[in-house]
Unconditional design. Structure first.
Length: 315
């Protein structure tokens, strides 16, 4: 059953309408249809013979085609081989995929204010993810300030301000070409002065191979750390699911540079590579915290491991 935003944000009340939960799962399942088809032939059989080496090979090939990746595929197969009850492969695979992700992720909002730093390469959907997250935070009673520390890309500030206003969030921008770390500083100070609960800081989209830009990002983080204890409380890496295994390399390098705490996986609605979430969990130990399944304001959802596993492999 799909997790609610209240559960994800740590609110006491977790009540929600059942149709809303069902609708969330339906969107995730639809978004993973292409990945699911890559597994369909192997999982179609009602019975699975653990003693059939060719059956295991077919499963491995299907998982790799779904962009689970070789190490994560090996881990999944190892888990399945260790079980004595693998008769219906689909059910066992759902259980093991869900188990790989561990407990349900949450968003750390323990700061005063809490700081969420958002990073990622160009074109992943960072701006829209920030806007949708700000709206959900507002819906759940948090006052939010959005800081535009992407001072490089033309029109980045204007686009982010539009999303912030739509979400009912406060906004701090700067002239193009300004020092991103200075903008982050101003955003944090403004949030403190105005009594906001959460400040979400955007950063310039950059290739993870651009050493100078990654160093700039590290500076932004250091400035934030210097203003609020334990900040940033969350560093979310936005990854485009359609990039497949390249997303894994992005997660690895951004994690090394700025200590990523979780992933927002976007564009699942256009991807046959939804299995990359498993690769990120197995190889890097990073939780997927949010998934984007469309362009609508409600198409950003808290990650639910069971629903994801069911949507990925269930026929």
């Amino acid at each position: 059953m799909s997790r609610t935003w209240a559960e994800f944000l740590g609110d006491i009340s977790t009540e929600t309408d059942e149709p809303e939960r069902t609708g969330v799962f339906a969107r995730v399942r639809e978004s993973l249809a292409k990945s699911r088809r890559a597994l369909a032939d192997q999982l179609a059989a009602a019975a699975f013979d653990p003693g059939d080496d060719e059956a295991w090979e077919r499963l491995e090939e299907a998982l790799i085609r779904s962009d689970v990746g070789v190490p994560a595929t090996a881990e999944l197969v190892r888990r399945l081989e260790a079980r004595s009850d693998v008769v219906r492969l689909e059910d066992a695979l759902v259980e093991e995929v869900g188990a790989i992700f561990g407990g349900p992720p949450t968003l750390d909002l323990s700061g005063a204010p809490s700081v969420v730093l958002v990073v990622g390469v160009n074109g992943t959907g960072k701006t829209t993810t920030i806007g949708k997250l700000a709206q959900k935070l507002r819906e759940h009673g948090r006052s939010v300030l959005v800081g535009a520390a992407d001072t490089f890309r033309a029109a980045a500030e204007e686009q982010l301000e539009i999303w912030a206003r739509r979400a009912g969030a406060d906004f701090v921008g700067s002239p193009r070409g300004a020092d991103p770390a200075a903008v982050a500083f101003d955003a944090v100070e403004a949030a403190r002065a105005r009594g906001h609960d959460v400040v979400v800081v955007d950063t310039a989209g950059r290739l993870h191979t651009q050493t100078n830009l990654m160093a700039e990002l590290e500076k932004v983080r250091r400035v934030i750390e210097g203003r609020i204890e334990r900040a940033p409380h969350e560093t979310l890496l936005v990854i485009d699911a359609t990039t497949g295994q390249n997303g894994l390399q992005q997660a690895r390098l951004f994690g090394d540079a700025v200590g990523v705490t979780g992933v927002a996986l976007t564009k699942l609605d256009g991807s046959a590579r939804g299995g990359v979430a498993i690769a990120i969990a197995v190889e890097l130990g990073l939780p997927v915290k949010l998934v984007g399944v469309g362009e609508g304001l409600d198409d950003l959802q808290p990650f639910d491991a069971h629903d994801y596993a069911l949507a990925l492999v269930s026929g």
